[in-house]
Design a protein around this ligand. Structure first.
Ligand code: KG4
Ligand code: ZN
Length: 372
């Protein structure tokens, strides 16, 4: 039994020859993507709790965008349980990929490449997508393209606005990141600022949790904030925009937690809607001013929003007000392209491949953190 389980040197060698042939062929096909404006790419996304696959033509035309959310599965735990997320990605992904191809009306042979988020995100969850994408790309003999999740979020704007071109500034605000970027070119991103500690989405989720609101926190805090008044002074923010264009959310988050716990210990009612409104006003206000300063310093005339928190109406309104006062416009994708999806992954891959970047070998690994 044991002897049979170990590959003989001959089959090893055959395997290596096959892999080398695949990789050589993938490189040739990948190079052709530079001159293929209507390239059709399958995107795969599994970095957190959405299992997603999508087919996108020419980086901007979504042929299908299938998302299986695990929100209901994780809700009972109050947040994403990484191991549970990985297992559910494994169960969902094969069907989601089939469905994406079917809805797009394409077959594997129509695809020009298979793109996958390799980082940043939950390592186990990422590994499911990366392994599936490798196996699929190898099986259908198409190039594998590695995509950075944060860059993919920005690319959602190229889908939403077919005429959008760099340069512009971008604010990526998600559960894991709050970044201010100068998008100098399709493949030239410079970090201008961002959070020093918690991401904005993370702060929304933690505030929701202390208020016993269901997961995911952001949309629920937004809903209640509409019914409340921003009349609670939660936190003495350092005045004005910081010179290094950083923001910080851990102090504000702790202030909310302390405020709620103090009332609970005294047996007094917590004004949940007012806490939501006050937290949102603080969190969004400073970020909007910092984003406006990024746009001013970089000399851009447009700020594009991306990531789950870009769905937030208060954030959009605060940034639009800054834009109106300081002479820049603000754009953002529809909700379905703000939160995690695979259309943005396929779109990002198109724009990297067009400049000969992003081709991955079958040794591609997932990364929980990606430097920016
Ligand atoms: O981009 P995303 O789907 O996943 C990550 O890459 O993290 O973002 C998820 C985050 C969560 O923290 C969620 O609470 C937040 O985005 N979010 C919102 C809203 N919708 C989603 N936060 C505030 N207001 C919203 N409407
Ligand atoms: Zn995301």
């Amino acid at each position: 039994m044991r002897a049979n389980a170990v590959s003989s040197p001959i089959s090893y060698e055959r395997n290596n020859i096959r892999i080398n042939m695949y990789e050589e062929n993938a490189k040739i096909q990948f190079d052709e993507l530079k001159n293929k404006p209507d390239a059709i790419i399958l995107g795969i996304e599994s970095s957190c709790d959405e299992t997603a696959a999508a087919v996108v033509r020419g980086g901007r035309e979504v042929l299908s965008n299938v998302i299986a959310s695990q929100i209901e599965i994780h809700r009972r735990f109050g947040g994403v349980v990484p191991e549970v997320a990985s297992r559910n990605h494994t169960l969902a992904l094969p069907n989601i990929i089939d469905q994406a191809l079917k809805e797009a009306g394409v077959t594997a042979s129509d695809l020009d490449g298979v793109a996958v988020t390799f980082g940043a995100g939950l390592i186990g969850a990422l590994l499911v997508g990366v392994s599936a994408a490798k196996a699929y790309a190898y099986a259908i003999n198409k190039p594998l393209i590695a995509v950075n999740h944060i860059e993919a979020h920005v690319s959602a704007n190229f889908i939403a606005d077919k005429t959008l071109e760099p340069p512009f500034c971008a604010l990526v605000a998600s559960g894991g990141h709050t970044l201010l970027l100068d998008i100098k070119g399709y493949n030239e991103f410079e970090k201008l600022g961002g959070t020093l500690d918690d991401a904005l989405g993370e702060a929304f989720d933690k505030v929701a949790r202390v208020l016993s609101l269901p997961y995911p926190g952001g949309p629920n805090v937004e809903k209640l904030a509409k019914e409340g008044k921003p009349n609670i002074k939660l936190y003495k923010h350092p005045k004005g925009v910081r010179q290094d264009l950083s923001v910080s959310y851990s102090g504000l988050k702790t202030a909310v937690v302390n405020y709620v716990h103090t009332l609970e210990q005294r047996g007094e009612p917590v004004p949940v809607a007012d806490v939501c409104a006050s937290f949102t006003s603080e969190a969004v206000g400073l970020l909007a001013k910092t984003a406006a300063e990024c746009v001013r310093r970089s000399g851009r005339s447009l700020l594009a929003l991306a990531g789950g928190v870009a769905s937030n109406g208060d954030l959009r309104a605060a940034l639009k007000a800054e834009g109106a006062a300081n002479g820049f416009s603000v754009c953002y994708p529809p909700h379905v392209l703000c939160t995690d999806n695979a259309a943005m992954v396929a779109s990002r891959a198109y724009f990297t491949a067009r400049e000969g970047k992003g081709l991955a070998g079958l040794d591609l690994n997932a990364k929980s953190h990606v430097a920016f």
